[in-house]
Write a protein that binds this ligand. Sequence first.
Ligand SMILES: [Zn+2]
Ligand SMILES: [Zn+2]
Length: 276
Amino acid sequence: MTTAQTGATEYDARIRRAESLSTEHAFAAEFLNFYKHVAAFQKTLRANIAASSGVKLHDALAAELRSPLDLTVLLPHFRGFLSVIEQHAPAALAKAANQMSLLPSDSWIASLEAYWQHAGKYDQQVGAFAQFVPRAFLQPYAEFRAALTPKPPVVMTMRVCPLCASRPLLGVLRVEGDSGKRFLLCSFCSQEWEFRRIHCPTCGEEAEGKLPVYVAEQLPHIRVEACDTCKFYLTGVDLTKDGHAIPLVDDLAAVPLSLWAHEHGYSRLQPNLLGT
Ligand SMILES: [Zn+2]
Ligand SMILES: [Zn+2]
């Protein structure tokens, strides 16, 4: 097993980042502390997936990212995941996890398979809260499959993920030469692909005057990248301003920015794991 398959270093970095952000930003501490428990579970699950998939690696490589779930690997971990949520989630989510734990495994399978087929593509109506359980549970599996999938050639205006056809969760600016290069991060398999700097990933608007950017004082490296044509926004994490940021985690701390965006009539293209 390689580290790319187990993802252990990535998960450790996410957990450490959640720890440091939660001490700096009290307004996001509850979410981030809960997220730490989720990420710790995901790390173990990902290692288990990698270990049990060793013999099937050849098949996995030939398969599409969204080809059917291997339930024999996943299901034995599902009850343990629900108890992590019950113990550490905010009250409403803990209750939902408890209710789900009482259902027969057929319902678990139906919920996991529905998420696996449609997530990131047609789920704007579903609501992040309803989606939390299958999404957090299957994220390591999607990331594992993505790590095995060869990257297609770069096309600068792909508005959906080149690997799994999901919508982007975030924009990411990475240091490149004197300035930064923009990438989009997939809401389903967490892979990044390169994207143009001045271009709305929802409607294709390219006029700079129609694409306002908002930055909050508390989090100068996170930006709302809005579009006045379609009224959607993307949260952008600017690694040229903070090289320690982990986009997936820093986004969970960006509460003041989502409030600002909603007050100004912008909707988020894809909600994050915690629905903020
Ligand atoms: Zn993807
Ligand atoms: Zn737009």
